[in-house]
Ligand binder design. Structure first.
Ligand code: HEM
Length: 453
């Protein structure tokens, strides 16, 4: 196997990861090279942190690395029947209908649902601008990212100020809390009996979301008009109906794949928006540039739309730079070697966990000037950094929700920046260090919002 730091029995290299595991893993890669073996507990894991090796292994040998590595928690989340963690032909068949339905969603302009959600989000920000009350934006942006996904997928949404929490919000919060810090028994399997309570809480939360999806499937089936699909679920039912293998698809499987959209699409988009507000508040000159660009392209007081996206080069650069410097999924999602993979002098044995070091690649000074600096100007028109910038992963298993995520980010960011000025309430820069959990999260903060006049 590729080289790496010496592992201790049972805990492997976990003790060397410290408070910033992504930085520690990057240090290992800097020392041992583009292919490094670390032991996450008793799980041998190969990290890929060289763009050429990403291309060679994840793209050129994609069939050998298509499966996910499943921890105990990921098995609970999908019982290996969901898009996120299923394997082999099962995964391929579900991925096929999701990709087809999401492509059709563009044709039917389903993302206009996301636009409506962005309008609502901005109306709520407007209340704080008018009252000059300081806001912690965390709950609002999370509500937006959840609503974006469930409105797009099921024509459902949650009121911003509703007293009773939507079942999916509660369940998503429980799941995210349990998953965010990582679970020791995922790395050290013999600890499993000590984590039964946490495991049952996770199972309970995910079952609630499956049930919610099953009800949505039943209602959609009864009310479906194939000529007028309302949302992604309608399009999925249409795709499945016309598939030659329609018997293969079950409500159980579909509900588990739909649950993924909530699990994978909620926190990631919210975190990215949270970071975007911080970097805009801390860099007023860049924020002003976005505003001026939006005014010149869209017009003062007008509503930006996806049709403006090609012309707002600077805003696009800001979004890309946020996703580089504070990527929401710093290690992507773990893959598993389907068979022994020979790379140069090394072998990645069948079944080994393989991770793409998204964070290391995006923060490597071999590929980026001053990688620690937030600098949208590095994204010159036509600049395409290939495999050093892979926030959505790469290859056939890359993020299926990338288009939805990009639409959500554009709608929200363009409206937020054309309508309001964002600043730190005390004039001091907002902490941009973050907390390393499974995602790279910001520390909660307050923000001052002023209307642009
Ligand atoms: C900023 C937002 C997002 C980021 C950074 C992100 C990142 C990722 C990454 C790195 C992967 C693994 C890719 C790989 O293995 O190559 C992934 C997979 C996935 N993402 Fe996203 N994602 C985001 C938003 C979303 C949204 C909005 C949805 C749903 C609407 C979504 C649904 C999924 C699903 C279902 C998978 C599993 C795909 C599969 O295994 O076939 N993601 N995402």
């Amino acid at each position: 196997m590729p080289p790496g730091p010496f592992p201790l029995p049972i805990i492997g290299n976990l003790h060397q990861l410290g408070k910033s595991p992504y930085k520690s893993l990057k240090n290992f890669s800097d020392k041992y090279g583009g292919l490094t073996t670390v032991f996450l507990g008793s799980v041998p894991t190969v990290l890929i942190s060289d763009p050429e090796l990403i291309k060679d292994i994840i793209i050129n040998k994609s069939d050998m690395i298509l499966d996910r590595y499943n921890s105990d928690s990921s098995k609970i989340i999908g019982e290996e029947k969901n898009l996120l963690f299923a394997k082999g032909p099962y995964w391929k068949k579900y991925r096929k209908v999701f990709t087809a339905a999401m492509t059709k969603a563009r044709q039917y302009n389903i993302s206009s649902r996301i636009e409506q959600q962005a309008i609502q989000l901005n109306q709520h920000f407007g209340k704080y601008a008018d009252s000059q009350e300081i806001l912690n934006p965390h709950d609002f942006i999370r509500r937006y990212s959840l609503n974006g996904v469930i409105d797009y997928s099921f024509t459902d949404a949650v009121e911003y100020e509703s007293e009773t929490d939507h079942i999916v919000i509660k369940a998503a919060e429980i799941m995210e809390e349990i998953l965010a810090t990582g679970n020791p028994h995922d790395f050290i399997p013999f600890l499993k009996p000590f984590y039964q309570k946490k495991r049952s809480a996770l199972k309970g939360a995910v079952t609630q979301v499956w049930d919610y999806c099953i009800s949505a499937i039943n209602v959609h089936r009864k009310t479906l008009n194939s000529d007028k699909p309302r949302d992604l679920l309608d399009l999925l039912l249409i795709e499945i109906e016309k598939s030659e293998e329609k018997e293969f698809y079950t409500d159980d499987g579909l509900s588990k794949c739909l649950t993924d959209l909530i699990v994978a699409g909620h926190e990631t988009v919210a975190i990215t928006l949270g970071w975007l507000i911080i970097f805009m508040a801390n860099n007023q000159d860049m924020q002003e540039k976005c505003y001026q660009e939006l005014v010149s392209v869209v017009g003062k007081g007008k509503l930006p739309s996806l049709a403006n996206r090609n012309q707002t080069h600077y805003l696009n650069a800001v979004i890309k730079e946020v996703m580089r410097i504070r990527t929401a999924a710093p290690m992507a999602l773990p893959r598993s070697a389907v068979e022994n993979i020979q790379v140069g002098n090394y072998v990645i044995p069948k079944g080994t966990q393989v991770m793409m070091s998204v964070f290391s690649l995006a923060m490597d000074d071999k590929y980026w000037d001053n990688p620690e600096q937030f600098d949208p100007s590095r994204w010159k028109e036509g600049f395409s950094p290939d495999y050093t910038y892979i926030p959505f992963g790469v290859g056939p298993r890359m993020c299926v929700g990338m288009g939805v995520a990009k639409d959500e980010l554009y709608y929200a960011a363009s409206q937020m920046l054309i309508n309001f000025k964002w600043s730190s309430p005390n004039g001091k820069p907002i902490d941009d260090e973050g907390i390393a959990r499974i995602a790279l999260e910001y520390k909660q903060y307050d923000i001052k919002i002023d209307r642009r006049v």
